[in-house]
Design a protein around this ligand. Structure first.
Ligand code: RP5
Length: 155
């Protein structure tokens, strides 16, 4: 199983990069692609409908503004979709957040914080770790190291 990282525009790439770095850290395979709900709707449909059969186990979808890609993709697949609202110049990302978070009952999107692509990757890792003991151990170590770092910090 691998993760799919999709984003509405190449301008989202920098915000989505921490997701890639985090998946690299855990050795989780992923593919990445620019897919826009508005500019490439046919590609979005094709991609969402074929995701499961292509071995995708989680879809991380970043978008800004009228950020519809996560919700529309979620409506076309049962693969878990994790939405990342991208910060925008006009409205600071509240537009993206509200476009992604208020899904109607029946079609869930796990919505992260604005620009929260790192946590999107960690959530995907947690999902995969449920059926992968090695990954589960890596996650526990990651958490322990994080805790230790805080405990070791002197101010
Ligand atoms: C959305 O519109 C993208 O996800 C991006 O965040 C925003 C702006 O896109 P560009 O105009 O920079 O391509 O579709």
């Amino acid at each position: 199983m691998k993760v799919a990282i999709i984003m509405g525009s190449t301008s989202d790439l920098d915000v989505m990069r921490p997701a890639m770095e985090t998946l690299d850290l855990f050795g989780v395979e992923y593919e990445k692609k620019v897919i826009s709900a508005h500019r490439t709707p046919d590609l979005m449909c094709e991609y969402a409908k074929s995701a499961k059969s292509r071995g995708i186990g989680a879809i991380i979808a970043g978008a800004g503004g009228a950020a519809h890609v996560a919700g529309v993709v979620a409506g076309m697949t049962t693969v878990p979709v994790i939405g990342v609202p991208i910060q925008t110049k006009a409205l600071g990302g509240m537009d993206s957040l509200l476009s992604i978070v208020q899904m109607p009952g029946g079609i869930p999107v796990a919505t992260m914080a604005i620009n929260g692509s790192k946590n999107a990757a960690l959530l995907a890792v947690e999902i995969f770790a449920l059926t992968d003991e090695g990954l589960s151990e890596k996650l526990s170590r990651y958490r322990q190291e994080q805790t230790q770092k805080v405990l070791d910090t002197e101010i």
